[in-house]
Design a protein around this ligand. Structure first.
Ligand SMILES: [Zn+2]
Length: 423
C-alpha cells in the first residue's frame, strides 16, 4: 500500500511525501501511488501523541466539574465508574478516538478500567496506543490478587489486538496501590519490558502523605519499590523537587505534563518544566481524561503548556512553540518507543495535514507558531497513522461518526442512571 501526499508545506517549503508500507519512503519526490492526496496549501506536521489520558472518561465529560480532586473522585467519578461495563468503555473510548483523530492525534497512553473495551476501540479506529488497566487495591489483599491474576493471564496474548495496540501496566498512584503490589508491578515491568504508567506528585497532599507514611518524597518512594527506570511514565510531576527531577532524569524516565487538568483541579502548582529540562528529564504532553480538561485537543494543550510555563518562569522565551510541538511529537515518539517522530525518511507515516488558511491562522509567517498559538484541533484536515488515512478532508474514514456519537451519548446517560447520578 502506497500513498502520495502531493506538495504540502513541510517546514514552510512545498514537499511531496511518499509513503510505502506505513513508513515515509521519500521526501520531495513524486512516485506513482495507490492513493494521492492533493495537499498544496496545507501544512504537514507529525501527528500528535497524547502521553496521559483516560479515554473513556469522555462519558463523564462535564459530570462533576468545579470540585476538589479527592471530592470529585470519591463523590462523582468512582461511584459512576463502579457501574461501568466493558461496552461503556468501548463506546467512550471510540468517542475519545474520534475527537483525537479529528484533532490530529494518532497515539494515546491510556489508563482505565475494562481494558479489553479500550483495546477493541483502539484497534478499530486505527490509532496506536499503550493501553493499561488501572490498578487500584487500596491495600486490600483480595483485590490485589484478582488484579495481578488478570494481568498475568493477559501477558501471553498481549499482541492479539494487532501491532498498534500495546500493553502497559497502570498502577493508579502511590496512594491507591499497596507497596507489595507496586513491587510486583516493578518486577513484572522489568521482566517483560513493559511501560509503567502512573500518576505521580500531582497534588501537594500526595507529597505530604507520602512523606508521612513512608518518610520519602513520591519519586524516592517509587525508587524504593523499584519503579524508577526508563519504563516509567509519570503523569503530572507538579511537585517534584530538584533531587527527584535528577533521579528521574538519570533513570531515563518520562514525565507527562497535563497543564489544563492541573489548572482545572487547581493543584496549586505548575510543573517545574524549565528545571526538569535543565536536569535532562524527558517531558511529554497529555490531556488527562475528559473529566478534567474537558476536551482531548492536543493543539490547545500545546498552547496552554507554553503559556503556563512562560507565566511560571516570568520569561516569554520559556517553552517556545517549536518546543511545545516537540513535546507532543518527537519527544513522545521517543518516550513511547514509536521510532523517529519527525517527518523524515524511515519514520512511521504518522502525520497530520493542517489547514492554516482560515481567519485565525492567516497570514502564515511561521507555520509552527500558527499551529501552536492560533489554530485549534478543528483546523486539522487529514490524519494519517502508519500510512493509513484515518481522516481525509475532515471526513473520518475508519468509523461511522454519527453512530459513535449516538452510542456514546446513550451509554453515558444509561451509566449515570444506573449509578444514581443525574440521568
Ligand atoms: Zn490522569
Amino acid at each position: 500500500m502506497s500513498l502520495l501526499i502531493r506538495d504540502p508545506f513541510v517546514g514552510g517549503t512545498p514537499t511531496s511525501i511518499y509513503i510505502e508500507d506505513g513508513r515515509i519512503a521519500a521526501l520531495g519526490e513524486e512516485r506513482p501511488a495507490d492513493e494521492t492526496i492533493e495537499a498544496a496549501g496545507l501544512h504537514a506536521f507529525p501527528s500528535l501523541k497524547n502521553g496521559h489520558t483516560h479515554a473513556a472518561m469522555t462519558l463523564l465529560r462535564g459530570y462533576g466539574d468545579d470540585l476538589p480532586l479527592m471530592e470529585w473522585l470519591e463523590k462523582k467519578i468512582w461511584p459512576a465508574e463502579a457501574h461501568l461495563t466493558e461496552e461503556d468503555v468501548y463506546h467512550g473510548t471510540r468517542l475519545a478516538l474520534l475527537e483525537m483523530i479529528r484533532s490530529g492525534t494518532t497515539y494515546l497512553c491510556d489508563m482505565y478500567w475494562h481494558r479489553e473495551g479500550v483495546c477493541r476501540a483502539v484497534e478499530e479506529m486505527g490509532v496506536k496506543g499503550h493501553v493499561a488497566s488501572v490498578f487500584i487495591d487500596l491495600g486490600d489483599r483480595e483485590k490485589a490478587r484478582e488484579q495481578r491474576d488478570r494481568i498475568a493471564a493477559r501477558l501471553s496474548d498481549r499482541d492479539r489486538h494487532g501491532p498498534r495496540v500495546r500493553m502497559a501496566l497502570g498502577p493508579h498512584a502511590i496512594y491507591t496501590v499497596s507497596e507489595e503490589s507496586l513491587e510486583w508491578i516493578a518486577d513484572l515491568a522489568r521482566k517483560e519490558d513493559l511501560l509503567v504508567h502512573i500518576h505521580l506528585s500531582e497534588t501537594r497532599g500526595e507529597v505530604e502523605e507520602c512523606r508521612r507514611r513512608h518518610g520519602l518524597s513520591p519519586a524516592r518512594y517509587l525508587e524504593k519499590v523499584g519503579l524508577v527506570g526508563p519504563n516509567l511514565i509519570a503523569a503530572h510531576g507538579v511537585w517534584l523537587d530538584a533531587g527527584e527531577r535528577e533521579l528521574l532524569a538519570a533513570a531515563g524516565a518520562t514525565v507527562v505534563t497535563n497543564p489544563t487538568s492541573n489548572l482545572k483541579l487547581a493543584v496549586g502548582g505548575i510543573f517545574p518544566y524549565r528545571e526538569a529540562r535543565e536536569a535532562g528529564l524527558r517531558v511529554v504532553l497529555g490531556t488527562d481524561g475528559a473529566g478534567t480538561n474537558n476536551n482531548l485537543d492536543l493543539i490547545e494543550e500545546m498552547k496552554i503548556a507554553a503559556l503556563v510555563q512562560k507565566h511560571r518562569a516570568e520569561d516569554p522565551t520559556c517553552l517556545p512553540a517549536a518546543e511545545a510541538l516537540a513535546l507532543a511529537t518527537t519527544e513522545a515518539s521517543e518516550a513511547f518507543r514509536l521510532g523517529p517522530g519527525g517527518i523524515e525518511v524511515g519514520a512511521a507515516a504518522d502525520l497530520m495535514l493542517v489547514d492554516l488558511s482560515g481567519p485565525a491562522t492567516t497570514p502564515v509567517h511561521d507555520p509552527v507558531s500558527n499551529l501552536v498559538y492560533a489554530a485549534s484541533g478543528r483546523d486539522v484536515h487529514t490524519t494519517i497513522c502508519d500510512g493509513e488515512v484515518l481522516m481525509r478532508d475532515r471526513v473520518v474514514r475508519v468509523a461511522d461518526e454519527g453512530e459513535i456519537l449516538a452510542e456514546a451519548a446513550r451509554a453515558a446517560r444509561a451509566l449515570l442512571a444506573r449509578s444514581g447520578g443525574a440521568g
